[in-house]
Design a binder for this molecule. Sequence first.
Ligand SMILES: [Zn+2]
Length: 298
Amino acid sequence: MHHIGIDLGGTKIEVAVLATGHRVLWRERTPTEAHSGPERVLDNLRTLYRRAIVAVGQPAHTLGIGTPGAISPLTGLLKNSNTLCLNGLPLQTLLAECLEHPVTLENDANCFALAEALLGAGQGHRVVFGVIMGTGCGGGIVIDGHLLVGPQRIAGEWGHSTLDPAGPPCACGRRGCVETAISGSGLEARCRERFGRELGAEAIFADPDCSALVEDFYRDFGIALANVINILDPDCVVLGGGLSNLDDLYTRGVAAARARIFTDTPTTPILRNQLGDSAGVLGAALLGKASLPQPPGV
Ligand SMILES: [Zn+2]
């Protein structure tokens, strides 16, 4: 049985086919072309999927798709996706119809966590908390190789825990969420607010005039992560997304977290991801594998 994964992003769609043993047999990407509307996005996705099937000899397969945003368990409609034209659509149903195959759909942070837990930095750890710190801030929890999704499908959504009820407005409609403090977009908004300057996240970290902002960033990272570790006590945390490339995250950031973990001897490893950009598509492929019925007793 093969496992096909599709990473449906705001700018590109990527497909990978995994064989037994997680060997990547085929992998390719195409532009999403979200500006041309949902029909074009689904057309592009279907074309790439069909090419994948032809390329590997039309095998029996599972199909998993990862995308930013969340499917409402009540309505089945997608929300908070950065592929704006897909918001408000019943994406799971549309994808299954369009691809004529059952689909397992999850958000990109859950795909990241699953891939890093099974194939990346979290290998060998029982409970893995995967964190994405990029434009936004997401997370996913994997326990014994399985995603924890939760009855409301919000497990791991640490990006929208409140750090400061009087803090800046968040894209979710609330104020002072973790995402407003330690995501790229949140940091840029704080720089605008505090200094009246339009700087990208990378420039903020390099600019000595922004050192107070950077100080707050590492403090807030520590508070937010320690809050999760105190509840979940994961065997490891794996960091992903553009901001996870900051070397200081693994020194200053980790020290800020350890100072707030409720034990005198905090040991939780806080690790850099190993799969980079590949985690999304590999995690999507692993979603389908996880959806297969397990043999009795397993
Ligand atoms: Zn929020």
